[in-house]
Design a protein around this ligand. Structure first.
Ligand code: PEP
Ligand code: MG
Length: 755
């Protein structure tokens, strides 16, 4: 039985679409269980019906036609109870409903098993036999096990729109789901673009010694051409992109000059392969390293490498990119869109971006956000080849795409666009105003930054300084640990940009889901493993180099604050302080006029919450990393879709932890900043204000929204809300409370439902 089950599951997983997967199920289950009929009914939640979707044994013409109201018949009964029903004679059951068009009346035994995912009944698997004999325990167990496996496949297909297509035929009538990548709504016309050249199709070809130089030259000159292309794109987007996002182009230029690419390819040409073949192998090898990485951001770099490879190939082959005509309202659609393809569309014509692959950390998502263009990524089931020229809506808030939308859907989205426009104008009016409550209490807003170091982040005028400068990314974009001088340059740029305002630079926090390509850490439980301060204390040379660079960068500016991530024990703080003092003393000895910066710790491990006092005693300030704190407190990996709905910063335990941290810090008069995503969420801000946090640090996009909330509440009202929230036993009650509170001051529009 187990072997049969294993084989069926494998076949189901290999099926190219839901229709065929269901077909495999009904055929194979009927065979293994020796039933006379096996059918699958799926729940159509909109129509509130069960639809006969696959069968082996009933009349095929009934497929898609038999639609039972949710509460009718034996199928409805199984679904209602969400339990297996095993009867020796289904037709004698009071809930039995005769459906003539299936030919089902000839059968007696009935086994109905619900298909459940996330507590929702997605459908019912039904087995019938001529004889009036119940199915035995083994058979029932097999079908129950299979139904649980099937649930995953159906959920996937349903959310990706396959189900809608299956029921109606042709283009999907429902929206297709992907991942939200850049907020906003775009209504326009799909323009489908394809990758410029197929690197995978390039064969190997042996070249003789006399040809090697020419091949090397062709490769080198292709590199130069591509470098020029990138420059051109960079110039074109200079006026519309934030500097930190434009730095993507710098990253490409770096890749173009990297030893791996240049020497790797030239080496292969010299070994006797022609330039395209040598390039393909090099790119493949390089991209695969990224593909294998756990971290989503780094995995995405694999597609950047491939994109660059295609561009170089195109130049080697002397192919000019096919000119595409872009009209106003262009929604750029592709399977593996590249940032260069986006940069190719004049900004005023670009209304939306949709890619069937990628996620919110893809470069094109970063670019789209930088350009303020709504985008949805990973819309896996979009039939790209069939949407060219079709009207399309991109909902970048929810990651949805509507193809050829009906008038009602379109009107609703037009209304949302109008609301967004009105909100944008109101937000702009807040620029330059103080971040102050109605009773004059000032809560400074800081910036989280660190995407690319060598730039001037947007929002700089609005922010009171940098509350969190993540140093991981400058480490990630290189192919080895950056040395002291490189780091000095890096940190000096950001310190200088904001001086005299304070800049909090955090020591390296790699590990978990942030891996360095040149420092692989393979663990079965990375978030509970070697991460953040644990790595850098085990490698004092990395820590010391970084701290030395920070201290040197701050000479004469004196606006550096140094932050330690992932602190779990006071011993880690003591060890870090010792190393910081050592770096300080060494630099003074070497003649650098450095000063000791204020040092703070991140509270993001639950253990640290309960030791806030002991930690506060040792350092000058505390910064709460609510992203990790929530993840660890609730034992929920926020990157895991099965449990993502459990990840909630409004969980009473998270709020209680924050209150505890504030009390601990107060005992030593230390200031507390919040630097996780929570600080930028307008909904939660009144609670943080009520708790008495001293500052909030967030992405540039949240600054004005958060400021608006602060300017709409008094401290007394915020405290009142906090007290009410602390009485709640569930996150949903806290959420309702806060939504009402924002509504009262007319700020409901700041919070968009994300689902
Ligand atoms: C956090 O955990 O909340 C935080 C700010 O750090 P990071 O997101 O970089 O882990
Ligand atoms: Mg963290």
């Amino acid at each position: 039985m187990l072997e049969a089950l294993r084989r069926i599951v494998q076949e189901v997983n290999e099926a190219p679409n839901l229709e065929q997967a269901l077909d495999v199920i009904v055929r194979r289950v009927k065979q293994v269980v020796r039933a006379d009929v096996c059918s699958v009914y799926l729940t159509d939640f909109d129509a509130r019906q069960h639809v006969l979707q696959a069968t082996d044994g009933l009349r095929p013409q009934a497929l898609g036609r038999v639609r039972l109201p949710l509460n009718r018949g034996l199928v409805g009964w199984v679904s209602e109870r969400a339990e297996t029903v095993n009867l020796d004679d289904g037709s004698s059951h009071p809930r039995y409903m005769r459906i003539a068009e299936t030919g089902e009346q000839r059968f007696r035994a009935f086994l109905g098993v619900p298909i459940i995912q996330n507590r929702k009944v997605l459908g019912v698997l039904v087995l019938r036999r001529y004889e009036a004999v119940r199915f035995d325990e083994d058979e029932v167990n097999l079908v129950v096990t299979l139904a649980s496996q099937l649930a995953g496949a159906i959920t996937y297909a349903r959310t990706s729109g396959e189900l809608a297509r299956l029921q109606v035929g042709g283009l999907p009538t429902h929206f297709l789901s992907g991942l939200p990548a850049s907020p906003g709504i775009g209504i326009g016309v799909a323009v489908v673009v394809y990758p410029p050249a197929d690197l995978d199709a390039v064969p190997d070809r042996t070249v003789v010694a006399a040809e090697i130089d020419a091949e090397c030259d062709a490769f080198r000159s292709a590199l130069e051409d591509v470098a020029e292309d990138i420059d051109r794109f960079a110039q074109r987007t200079a006026a519309i992109l934030r500097p930190e996002d434009r730095a993507l182009f710098d990253a490409w230029q770096l890749m173009l000059e990297s030893d791996t690419l240049v020497d790797g390819t030239l080496g292969r040409i010299r070994a006797g392969n022609w330039a395209p073949g040598a390039l393909r192998t090099t790119i493949d090898e390089h991209a695969r390293i990224f593909d294998a990485m756990e971290d989503e951001y780094l995995r995405e770099r694999g597609s950047d490498v491939r994109d660059l490879g295609r561009r170089i190939l195109m130049r080697i082959q002397n192919i000019q990119a096919h000119p595409v005509e872009y009209l106003p309202g262009t929604i750029l659609v592709g399977e593996e869109l590249s940032a260069m393809q986006i940069a190719d569309v004049p900004r005023e014509l670009l209304t939306g971006v949709v890619s069937t692959t990628g996620s919110s950390s893809s470069h094109i998502a970063i670019l789209a956000r930088g350009m303020g263009v709504p985008a949805a990524m990973g819309v896996a089931d979009l039939p790209v080849a069939r949407v060219q020229g079709r009207e399309m809506i991109v909902d970048g808030y929810r990651g949805r795409v509507h193809v050829a939308p009906g008038p009602v859907v379109k009107a609703e989205y037009q209304r949302q666009i109008a609301d967004d426009l009105a909100l944008g104008t109101e937000l702009e009016a807040l620029r330059g105003l103080p971040s102050e409550t109605t009773d004059g209490y000032s809560l400074p807003l800081f910036l989280n930054t660190g995407l690319v170091s060598e730039s001037r982040p947007v929002g700089i005028e609005e922010a009171a300084g940098v509350g969190l400068y993540r140093t991981e990314l400058p480490f990630i974009v290189r192919d080895r640990f950056p040395g002291e001088e490189v780091q000095v340059d890096n940190y000096r740029t950001v310190l200088k940009t904001f001086a005299p305002r304070p800049v909090t630079i955090r020591t390296l926090d790699v590990g978990g889901d942030k891996a360095l390509p040149y420092f692989p850490v393979v663990e079965s439980n990375p978030f509970l493993g070697w991460r953040g301060i644990r790595i850098t204390l085990d490698h004092p040379e990395i820590f010391l180099t970084q701290v030395r660079a920070m201290l040197r960068a701050a000479i004469g500016l004196d606006n550096l604050q140094l932050l330690l991530p992932m602190i779990t024990t006071v011993g880690e703080v003591d060890d870090s302080l010792m190393l910081i003092q050592r770096a300080h003393a060494e630099l003074l000895d070497e003649g650098f006029p450095v000063s000791m910066p204020p040092v703070g710790v991140m509270i993001e491990v639950p253990a640290a919450v309960y030791q806030t006092k002991a930690l506060a005693r040792r350092v000058q300030f505390l910064s709460v990393g609510t992203n990790d704190l929530t993840q660890y407190l609730l034992a929920v990996d926020r990157n895991n879709p099965h449990v993502a709905r459990l990840y909630n910063e409004l969980h009473p335990a998270v709020l209680q932890a924050l209150v505890e941290i504030m009390e601990g810090a107060r005992a030593y008069g230390r200031e507390v900043s919040i630097c996780g995503e929570m600080a930028g969420d307008p909904l939660v801000v009144p609670l943080l204000l009520g708790m008495g946090v001293h500052s909030l640090s967030m992405g540039a996009g949240s600054l004005l929204r958060v400021k608006w909330v602060i300017r709409s509440f008094s401290r007394a009202r915020a405290r009142e809300l906090l007290n009410a929230a602390l009485m709640c036993e569930q996150a949903s009650s806290v959420q309702r409370l806060l939504l009402d509170a924002l509504g009262e001051v007319g700020l409901s529009g700041l919070v968009r439902p994300m689902h």
